[in-house]
Write a protein that binds this ligand. Structure first.
Ligand SMILES: NC(=O)c1ccc[n+]([C@@H]2O[C@H](COP(=O)([O-])OP(=O)(O)OC[C@H]3O[C@@H](n4cnc5c(N)ncnc54)[C@H](O)[C@@H]3O)[C@@H](O)[C@H]2O)c1
Length: 236
């Protein structure tokens, strides 16, 4: 048993940039056949996770081309910032549609394929804000969607465990993606880092390495859990 993903087929959503792109690169480096899906026109697999029929068609395509699906990473996500009244109704609808309904659509499409394989690993990208209801980065509404993702993770783990399918979530603190760097003022970054015992923001690869572990057989007795990648922010 090791961290190898040779022979595994993985679907990663929101993988054109940021955390998802890094997870895709890591999975490929560990030997997986990776379908990096994104709504972005430049994505290798063009996919809007809100489009239920499109998600089912993508999983069918993956099974047809590759013989199965072993790993799903629900990474596509939108962020909302500011006070509770800073998020418009339209922005809330978008947040729910991508962060929650998108994950729902992908799970519903992927599980029958994993069932046919007799095993699988689903990894949901949540956020430390699931526990705090927003806060450092991401507001109450973002936190609420991520709390939904964590609830999904637990319930699915219970129901899918007997089928050999594990379901876990990763809860990163602020990840220093290009996007985040462009949004964070040096003062805001300093404020956030001051609350992190390990003294830095998360890097995309911090998340990607945990995703490799959760996808691999090294974690084969771990399910239903949400693991923070936060330099000690939540637990200290
Ligand atoms: N960056 C952070 O600080 C941070 C912290 C905690 C959790 N997260 C979570 O990590 C995940 C990735 O975040 P990121 O910072 O890399 O974000 P990002 O915005 O850089 O990348 C998200 C990707 O998702 C894609 N996407 C958006 N809507 C989509 C849709 N409907 N269908 C398919 N793809 C879609 C985008 O095109 C983009 O490529 C998200 O779930 C986010 O909530 C990020």
């Amino acid at each position: 048993m090791n961290l190898e993903l040779h022979g595994r087929v993985a679907l990663i959503t929101g993988a054109a940039r940021g955390v998802g792109a890094r997870i895709a690169a890591r999975f490929a480096a560990h030997g997986a056949l990776v379908y990096a899906a994104d709504i972005d026109a430049n994505a290798k697999l063009r996919l809007d996770v809100r489009d239920r029929a499109g998600v089912h068609a993508a999983v069918e395509q993956i099974e047809r081309e590759s013989g199965g699906l072993d790993i799903l990473v629900n990474n596509a996500g939108l962020l909302a910032n500011g006070a509770f009244d800073a998020t418009t109704g339209e922005a809330w609808d978008d947040l729910v549609a991508v962060n929650l309904t998108g994950a729902y659509n992908c799970v519903q499409a992927a599980v029958p394929a994993m069932r046919r394989r007799g095993k699988g690993s689903i990894i949901n990208i949540a956020s430390v804000s699931h526990e705090k209801g927003g806060g450092a980065f991401g507001n109450v509404w973002y936190g609420a969607t991520k709390a939904g993702v964590v609830a999904m993770t637990k319930g699915l783990a219970r129901e899918l465990g007997p089928l050999g399918i594990r379901v876990n979530a990763i809860a990163p603190a602020v990840v220093a993606t290009a996007m985040v760097r462009s949004l964070l003022t040096p003062e805001a970054q300093e404020r956030i880092v001051a609350r992190i015992p390990l003294g830095r923001l998360a890097e995309e690869d911090d998340v990607a390495r945990l995703a490799v572990f959760l996808a691999s057989d090294f974690s084969d007795f771990i399910t239903g859990d949400t693991i923070a990648v936060d330099g000690g922010f939540l637990r200290t």
